[in-house]
Unconditional design. Sequence first.
Length: 394
Amino acid sequence: MKVKIALLSMLVSLSISAQNFNIQSASNALTHKDLPEAKKMIDLAAANESTSNNPKMWYYQGKVYLEIYDDSLSRVTGLDPDAIEKSALGFLNCLKTDTKEAYKEECMKLIWQTGVGLFNQAVQSYSKGNTEKANKLYLLTLDVLPLDKDNNLKRNNITTEIVYKNLYFNSMKGNNTAQAKVYLQKLIDMKFNDPKIYLYMSRIHQEEKDTTKALEIISKGRSLFDDNTSLMNEEIRLYLLTGRTNELISKLDASIESNPDENLYFTRGSIYEGKKDYDKAITDYKKAIELNPDLLYANYNLGAIYFNQGAEKANAANSIKTNDEFEKAKKVFDEKFKSAEPFLEKALENNQKKTEDDQSLYKSTLQILKQLYARLNETEKYNKAKAELETLAK
């Protein structure tokens, strides 16, 4: 019996030695840049129970697969398409199991590189429509981020907030709105400096027919980004949708009384315009422009109101049969067109065309000005607007 026990002990010892030999062989192959051999030997060590959770094995798994990921030839031959994922798991598990911290320093030096690779592959998976793979890689990136003590990932524009934002887009692409809400809420809790997250969350609640929650989210966003036009317009739209315009006006009245801000005047003017109370809208737009002459949408909206009033009166004048009466009417609608002109021109001048909305507004402003110049017989300005519109159409 003692002999049998001794033999069994010897066999176990030999097995452990063999697997340790596999780890060392992987290390040697890595030194000689023989990546297929290094992969073979570390995979053997990982598959064996005696070394499958050995910190040394995990460390070399991290190193071998990081080299495979970085090696251009290995990428071409497809040595292992999941190399960066296996590398990250190697370093992460080494740090968890390495109680003596024998490999901690080396792991911490290398692990951030897996974060960059994971993030890049997640983006690629997302673009190919593989949202399940992208989700897995983004979550693994989140595990790596806290270990990057030198902020190398941040210098590569990879942060926890950006990963959560990408996870949101990935969830929406995968039609998983419940998961998308989780990631948006994390960004909201972290006070991520992007007003769009409130817009995204509000729209999910709108799709779920919860307009109360949708408006609550937008109001929270507005409290942090009070000058953001998209949030402002969404808040107005939701108040109008829920028939709570008077409530919003009262809210704005109180805010303007304590802080007469151009954006508040603009918002109230927009509401009055939506209610077709154009006199009050004009008053508020003018006040907003008085406080900030370069306010893009206030100039555009005010100019558009005057232009529409002029066009309405000009169309009505077409039914007038006497010259004297028509000339009187013409004087009135020409005044409206002339009132519109400086505000629309200011809107065109101030539009930097930075976003798609701005570009669309720029084209719309040009189209209105072209009609206005034709009405006022301003030939030179008409030709210039016409030529620019033709250029934009190319």
